[in-house]
Design a protein around this ligand. Structure first.
Ligand code: FES
Length: 496
């Protein structure tokens, strides 16, 4: 059994327990540390400062650090393994949340705000200094509604079964608790709170009926911005705090995607961009400053592990990447642990390898006729998993194609393809392209992380005109309503 050790992260004030020998790369991505050069030691973006404890430094890393002019206890997280208790300063945490400083214009305001990403699975709350846009603290927690089911359909069903109030209270009190946790550390005056989330989260949180979201045409008359008072939420804040849940774009495209559009600046650029959220629902947005179209796909949470026999989210024990070296499969398991399953990025890798090695055919069939292919330990990939991957991949690829057709543009006219979603840091872009999930050049693809959270922070600085500007040019498109949907979907199932 491996020894457990502690890594404390400053200025976050967070402490995580991991197995001794865990690569920092596995655990720090969640806290905003990015690995743009993939660990080659050339970018320096993964630098962390060792405040306490030991992180062994070898000659290669020392040379890289010298070249990057990093002295004074700096380490490159991509090179290091945590062997004993350590304290690290990670300044990237602010950078990623701040989005792109050079292009994110905001009017400085006085006071502080909170940005809230209310996800189906996870909730994140951040404290933001409205004078300079800096994130002072952040907490994340599991959405307590999870006990009523992992996806929005089961949450709607639970509401219909009479649990609406319980689901509402659970999420309201969880956010209150998270806000108070931050305020205990930073006793400041909050003037506003910006909440984003999908339409079902928006409705349950705001106390709006979800019934009409349960049947065709999945319509709701209540998609607009909801302003709630501190009193009705029963939150422990002064009454003057403005609490806004931002508007949804469509019945199944919520303000998390609105925030994503804000984070990509798609609505301001003449050039076209595509935003793909590979999270629980698989949403796609295509557009520019003139017109934006968005859609939700039927991909389901396959990239988060659902429906894959040994699928799991990108947490400890998940195979996050797979490569083929010296005639054998090499897997990387998050947290230096025994492989328990495979997450979305690992699944994409293994599919690309099987294609390259011609172990599977164009219809996804395992050429050897076997029912599964072993990966690591007890984890293997089955014929059914490959089918599920094909379905999810086809749903995303067809969705993009249909939206591009609707915009009357081709992939070659797209300037950037942004990928949002939890496992983004582990994604191998070449493999994403190899499997046909995204069909453009690698240099156009940008892994943007949690775009809902970046956008929510930006929305703290915006007034309603900004929101209306985005909403005014954004339409929701029902993919299944396209007469070519079936043909395109089947075409995208094929693995070439
Ligand atoms: S990821 Fe580029 S130096 Fe570590």
């Amino acid at each position: 059994m491996s020894n457990k050790i502690n890594i404390s992260l400053l200025p976050l004030g967070k402490s995580i327990e991991v197995n001794s020998g865990t690569p920092l790369k596995d655990v720090l991505h969640e806290f905003g540390v990015e690995f743009p050069c993939g660990g080659k030691g050339t970018c320096g973006s993964c630098k962390v400062k060792l405040l306490k404890g030991k992180l062994v430094i070898d000659d290669v890393q020392q040379k890289k650090l010298n070249k990057l002019k990093l002295t004074d206890n700096w380490r490159l997280a991509c090179f290091c393994k945590a062997e004993t208790d350590i304290s690290l300063e990670i300044s990237q945490f602010e950078n990623i949340i701040l989005a792109d400083n050079s292009t994110f214009d905001f009017q400085p305001q006085t006071g502080f705000g909170m940005a809230v990403d209310l996800g189906t699975t996870t909730i994140v709350v951040q404290l933001v200094n409205l004078e300079n846009g800096h994130v002072l603290d952040s907490v994340s927690d599991v959405n307590p509604q999870a006990r009523f089911g992992g996806d929005i359909i089961s949450r709607i069903q639970s509401c219909l079964d009479g649990n609406f109030e319980e689901l509402q209270n659970l999420v309201r009190s969880k956010i209150d608790e998270m806000i108070q946790t931050i305020l205990q550390k930073h006793p400041v005056n909050i003037s506003k709170i910006a909440i984003v989330g999908n339409t079902v989260m928006h409705h349950i949180f705001s106390g709006l009926p979800v019934n009409s979201l349960s049947f065709y045409p999945f319509y709701s008359p209540n998609l607009g911005v909801q302003e709630l008072s501190n009193k009705e939420l029963n939150w422990r804040l002064p009454d003057a705090v403005r609490i806004l849940f931002f508007p949804s774009i469509g019945s199944f495209v919520g303000s998390d995607i609105l925030a994503g559009i804000a984070a990509t600046k798609m609505a301001e650029n003449k050039k076209y961009s595509v935003l793909i959220d590979l999270g629980t629902n698989g949403e796609i947005v295509v557009g520019n400053c003139d017109k934006i179209i968005c859609a939700s796909t039927a991909a389901g949470p396959a990239f988060e592990g659902a429906k894959i026999s040994q699928g799991m989210r990108a947490t400890t024990g998940a195979i996050s990447s797979v490569s083929f070296e010296n005639d054998e499969l090499k897997t990387h398991v998050i947290g230096n642990a025994t492989a328990k399953g495979i997450c979305g990025s690992g699944l994409i890798d293994i599919m690309a390898i099987l294609l390259n090695r011609e172990q599977i055919g164009m219809f996804g069939e395992i050429n050897s006729g076997e029912e599964s292919i072993p990966l690591s330990g007890k984890v293997s990939i089955t014929q059914q998993d490959i089918r599920e991957f094909q379905l999810a991949k086809a749903a995303i690829a067809a969705g993009i194609q249909i939206l591009l057709n609707q915009m009357k543009i081709s992939y070659s006219e797209v300037d950037k393809v942004y990928i949002a979603g939890g496992f983004g840091n582990f994604l191998n872009i070449e493999n994403v392209i190899r499997t046909g999930l995204i069909e453009c050049e690698a240099n156009k693809i940008v892994k943007l992380g949690n775009t809902a959270l970046i956008g929510a922070k930006m929305l703290l600085f915006e007034d309603e005109t900004f929101i209306h500007k985005i909403l005014g040019k954004t339409t929701h498109f029902n993919l299944e309503g396209d007469p070519n949907f079936q043909d395109i979907y089947i075409e995208k199932m094929i693995l070439l």
